[in-house]
Design a protein around this ligand. Structure first.
Ligand SMILES: C[S@@+](CC[C@H](N)C(=O)[O-])C[C@H]1O[C@@H](n2cnc3c(N)ncnc32)[C@H](O)[C@@H]1O
Length: 250
């Protein structure tokens, strides 16, 4: 059997129980060495065969999976965060599908929610934003129709920007077409790793602060008034609000 497993953002205790169990049982593990903390391999049994996919291309990854399957082994393809977000799993799943190889996906804690936990924020605040945009600045992978940061900024939603901190100056420039310059920004480098860094600022000063800290990879850029001080209290816990499970007080 083949499992695509989300390893979580870094802290080895942030993998799911289900993910940990298949990792403990795995005979072959192919992990994204550039971002998955090697510590997580401590869950594996002795003698496990480990591949670092950072050094492999797609045909090599598929070949390693195929070999494991042919030998009746349990194969884990370990991805950082959650595999469904910038995980490049679709091309692997399609290839396995063509070969008739069955697989299961076990989700993980994505780095954007890990980053929110580290800055102690809630993305969805009443009266501020009920929408989260997960995106990246276009790089070698272009943006899709309507997906440019400057277009997305017009929604003034809570935003989590992946894979873009190396271009923080351009990111800020594009965001300023929609957000005000005093909009809060947090850059979270390696959220939940021992070397984690959190840089807080606004669209006005964040680029300078990030340059001072020399952060050019492995970071989340969180943007929006959800990190500000104003919001409305929720209806759900309002004492006068009745719902299926609770009668509101007069
Ligand atoms: C190829 S994407 C993989 C994202 C992953 N699937 C997820 O759900 O978090 C790599 C990017 O995710 C972000 N990232 C991954 N782990 C991170 C962490 N621990 N802290 C901050 N950002 C992280 C960075 O923007 C990095 O450039």
């Amino acid at each position: 059997m083949v499992y695509f497993v989300g390893a979580g953002p870094g802290d080895m205790e942030l993998i799911t129980v289900k993910g940990m169990k298949v990792l403990q049982n795995a005979d072959v593990v192919i992990y994204t060495g550039s971002l998955v903390s090697g510590n997580i391999l401590a869950y594996c049994k002795e003698g496990v065969q480990v591949y670092n996919s950072a050094e492999m291309d797609l045909p090599e990854v598929i070949e390693a999976i195929q070999q494991g399957v042919d030998q009746g082994k349990s194969v884990v393809r370990l991805h950082t965060g959650d595999p469904s977000i910038y995980g490049a799993i679709r091309e692997q799943m399609d290839e396995l599908g063509k070969r008739g190889i069955e697989f299961e996906i076990i989700p993980g804690v994505s780095s954007f929610v890990a980053a929110a936990s580290r800055v102690k924020a809630e993305f969805t605040l009443p009266g501020v934003s009920q929408t989260i945009i997960i995106t990246r600045k276009e790089g070698r992978t272009g943006s899709s129709e309507g997906g440019k940061l400057s277009e997305l900024a017009k929604h003034r939603a809570s935003m989590a920007i992946f894979l873009s901190v190396q271009s923080i100056g351009q990111v800020v420039e594009e965001l300023l077409t929609g957000y005000d310059e005093d909009t809060p920004v947090a850059v979270v480098y390696k959220a939940t790793w021992p070397e984690e860094k959190i840089i807080r600022g606004t669209l006005k000063d964040i680029a300078e602060k990030v340059a001072e800290e020399k952060i050019d990879r492995h970071a989340q850029i969180l943007v929006g008034d959800f990190m500000g001080s104003e919001y409305e209290l929720s209806k759900l816990y309002d004492a006068s609000f009745s719902h299926m499970y609770r009668r509101g007080k007069e």
